[in-house]
Design a binder for this molecule. Structure first.
Ligand code: G3P
Length: 216
């Protein structure tokens, strides 16, 4: 399972890039607005220059025709841009049209197997089930991820499954066990994934033992 970073924060992306484990980045309008930078294109281009992998960037319009027009402009900002299109009927129409033009789509705000199936049929490169938001609504978000992975595998779809709206490290390991191709994680969760108190205790003990010996 690949790890993408779910943020539009440049410092976090640079920090994560240094760790060498990030294969891509996903953003959304809320994440970009959190950074307080109104120049969407400039932010996206900077992210695309830091991480060479796929960078998901969401359209800011709702109707199919407008989505298709805007997606083509966004896709031209950098070769590694993937356009995020919401899992609506208009989004489906836009995804089909964009896939025919060889523009990669991340079919986002996906909350059911049916939405994911339609996204894959339309030619989306990725579908993004929102695990945390499904959990928030009293569903089992990871069960939806598992179902999508199983069905895509059974029918041999090329579309990759991104476990999104990841809130904690437990979500990451469950996504890996469910067979998700990718988990897109907030920076905080990435840092939590590497932490274990027994590792810290072990490092302190090894170094302490070594210092005692070298101090003799
Ligand atoms: O990848 C989707 C993500 O940005 C949504 O996360 O925590 O707002 O549900 P959240």
């Amino acid at each position: 399972m690949q790890i993408f970073l779910d943020t539009a924060n440049i410092d976090q992306i640079k920090e994560a890039a240094r760790l060498g484990v990030i294969s891509g980045v996903t953003t959304n309008p809320s994440l970009v607005s959190k950074e307080g930078k109104a120049d969407y294109e400039a932010v996206v281009k900077e992210i695309c220059s830091i991480i060479p992998g796929p960078i998901s960037v969401e359209v800011l319009v709702e109707k199919a025709k407008a989505m298709i027009e805007q997606a083509q402009k966004i896709a031209a900002w950098a070769p590694n841009v993937v356009v995020k299109i919401p899992a609506t009927a208009d989004g489906l129409e836009a995804t089909s049209a964009l896939a025919k033009k060889k523009i990669r789509v991340n079919f986002t705000l996906c909350f059911s197997l049916n939405q994911a199936l339609l996204g894959a049929q339309a030619g989306a490169a990725y579908v993004s089930p929102f695990v945390g938001r499904l959990d928030d609504a009293g569903h089992d978000g990871m069960e939806v991820v598992r179902d999508i992975v199983d069905v895509f595998e059974y029918y041999e779809f090329d579309t990759q499954v991104i476990a999104a709206s990841i809130r904690h490290p437990q979500h990451c390991l469950a996504a890996a066990l469910a067979g998700a191709h990718i988990a897109t994680v907030p920076y905080k969760v990435l840092t939590q994934m590497i932490q274990h108190p027994l590792t810290d205790i072990g490092v302190a003990r090894f170094l302490g033992d070594w210092q005692r010996l070298s101090g003799q």
